[in-house]
Design a protein around this ligand. Structure first.
Ligand code: ATP
Length: 245
């Protein structure tokens, strides 16, 4: 299994330093939560790792340098992400969504051909994301939480080894959050997982390690207990209203 190693990562927008010299190590199999106030640079960091914004510094996943490579090459190296809004094909079934994701790289003809059996990788993903019973349902009719799980399933069938999830439980019910937490536990057994999250209860329940970003820099890092006890963290979260640390 590979881990993520980021050194001196910097992203600027017209001179504004959104990510300002971040070092980050995420061990293989970890579930690292990235937290921090609005505008801290969390999404921009993930954008840099996945090739969506230009950055300087270095980002290694395993032995490979990711910076400077195009998005599709980074995806082929086993790095996948979800966005705050699930991006599934609503007019297709759950199975078709997974089949298309698994077929990235297959010819259009083989994708169009009627499949007589479900590939093992797809049936395993269906089990993992708990959507086996919904496999023939249109993705557009799924509950909010189920769409997020389908999106994670689409990464699993592509054999993603580093999963970067952007606010996966936003808008979810309590039960859906718990199920998502359990899902993180399963997928992290043989993958590295990074979760951007504002939901502090969810973080407390399911994070293994936490990094707090503030104004583009790492403010604090450690276990949930260590980060919560850090006065610097308490300070930046003061005045955040409903968002407590
Ligand atoms: N494309 C862009 N052009 C200009 N500024 C940007 C761009 N993307 C992000 N920013 C700025 O960079 C800073 C960091 O944004 P980012 O979205 O990474 O923060 P975040 O920690 O993910 O915040 P949130 O929790 O609100 O999603 C913000 O001040 C944002 O306005």
């Amino acid at each position: 299994m590979s881990g993520l190693r980021i050194r001196d990562l910097r992203v600027s927008f017209d001179g504004f330093k959104a990510v300002d010299g971040v070092d980050l190590d995420v061990a293989p199999g970890d579930i690292r939560f990235l937290i921090g106030p609005n505008g801290a640079g969390k999404t921009t960091l993930v954008d840099a790792v996945t090739g969506l914004v230009k950055a300087s510094g270095s980002v290694h996943f395993g032995d490979a340098e990711l910076l400077g490579r195009p998005v599709h090459q980074i995806a082929r190296m086993g790095v996948g992400r979800t966005f705050q809004t699930a991006t599934v094909f609503e007019e297709l079934t759950v199975l078709q969504n997974l089949d298309i994701a698994a077929g990235a790289g297959r010819s259009p003809w083989s994708l169009l051909r009627r499949r007589t059996s479900v590939p093992t990788v797809v049936s395993e993903a269906l089990e993992t994301i708990n959507l086996t019973a919904q496999r023939d349902q249109l993705a557009g009719t799924l509950a909010h939480g189920q769409k997020q799980w389908l999106e994670i399933g689409m990464l699993l069938v592509q054999d993603v080894r580093l999963l970067l999830l952007d606010e996966p439980v936003a808008g979810m019910s309590h039960d859906e959050r718990d199920a998502t937490g359990a899902l993180l536990g399963v997928v992290s057994r043989d993958r590295t997982v990074v979760v951007i999250e504002h939901d502090m209860d969810f973080m407390r329940s399911f994070a293994r390690t936490v990094t707090v970003l503030h104004a583009g820099k790492v403010l604090s890092e450690g276990s949930v207990a260590q980060v919560q006890a850090d006065p610097k963290v308490q300070e930046v979260y003061l005045g955040q209203g409903t968002r407590d640390a």
